[in-house]
Design a protein around this ligand. Structure first.
Ligand code: ZN
Length: 271
């Protein structure tokens, strides 16, 4: 199982050459920076499915992979190094995703997901919008709902390498991780701003929750819920190839802006 996953992973990080039509500014802050792009779910873990009240069926794992691939391309266009945790329809344990990021000395970790309404809500099909999380203790019922939904992926993990217990409380006391939290919240804020310019649904803001996938990545890390797959209008938006490219460009622009800020804070001279 592990061997197969490693093989899949090596294929995933093989350097990809890509041409581009659109000229994109390559900022100096991007030099030698590595962004780890994580497509949520995969393999037997479909993630959420929707939309509600239609015969049409979309699966989160497909949308996250499509958007993650476009995000990887958009980041490479901007001069960044990219590592993807998966490039095919495979299951990677949540803890392994962070480990992959650490092994490749990632500077940032961006996990792509699709939200789902709680069926117990009144008119669950009408819930829509986008939100970006960073790793910290969940503060609201709604954040706890998303945390439980995304962490439930561990039920598909039969691999012995998936560690038991919740390392969150330990990690939260770590000083380096606290620094990462500030950085992560700024990145999350920029992603929300940039997505706000193109997304049809409302911004649900920057939120925090204890996502297992973010715990093991020792770097600023965010999880983006790009829309509600349970809402027909959101589902149409996040499954359109053209809209996916817009989502990817927005997140890539936010990432570059974040790195510019970060470099300025470090006092590194820009040539
Ligand atoms: Zn998800």
């Amino acid at each position: 199982m592990i061997g197969v996953m490693l093989l899949a992973f090596q294929a995933a990080v093989a350097p990809a050459m890509r041409g581009s039509d659109a000229p994109v500014r390559v900022p100096s802050s991007a030099a030698h920076r590595t962004v780890v792009v994580d497509a949520g779910h995969g393999g037997p873990d479909n993630g959420m499915s929707g939309p509600i009240g239609t015969r049409w069926k979309v699966y989160e794992k497909d949308i996250t992979l499509q958007v993650a691939k476009k995000l990887a391309a958009a980041l490479r266009d901007r001069g960044l190094r990219v590592v993807m945790t998966r490039t095919t329809d495979t299951l990677i344990a949540l803890s392994d995703r962070g480990r992959i990021a650490n092994q490749h000395h990632g500077d940032l970790f961006v996990s792509i997901h699709v939200n789902a309404a709680n069926p117990a809500w009144r008119d669950p099909g009408t819930a829509r919008g986008f939100e970006t999380y960073f790793l910290a203790e969940a503060k609201t019922e709604d954040a706890k709902r998303v945390e439980e939904m995304e962490n439930a992926s561990v039920r598909f993990e039969t691999d012995v390498s998936a560690k038991k217990g919740d390392p969150l409380s330990y990690i939260m006391n770590d000083m380096a991780q606290n620094e990462h939290l500030r950085e992560s919240s700024e990145l999350a804020d920029l992603i929300q701003q940039h997505l706000g310019a193109i997304e049809p649904g409302p911004s649900r803001g920057v939120k925090q929750a204890g996502f297992r996938v973010l715990v093991t990545a020792y770097m600023p890390a965010v999880l983006v819920e790009i829309g509600f797959g349970t809402n027909p209008a959101d589902a149409r938006f996040i499954t359109s190839a053209a809209r996916q490219r817009q989502i990817a460009s927005s997140i890539a622009d936010a990432t570059v802006e974040y790195l510019d800020h970060y470099q300025r804070r470090l006092g590194v001279a820009t040539p």
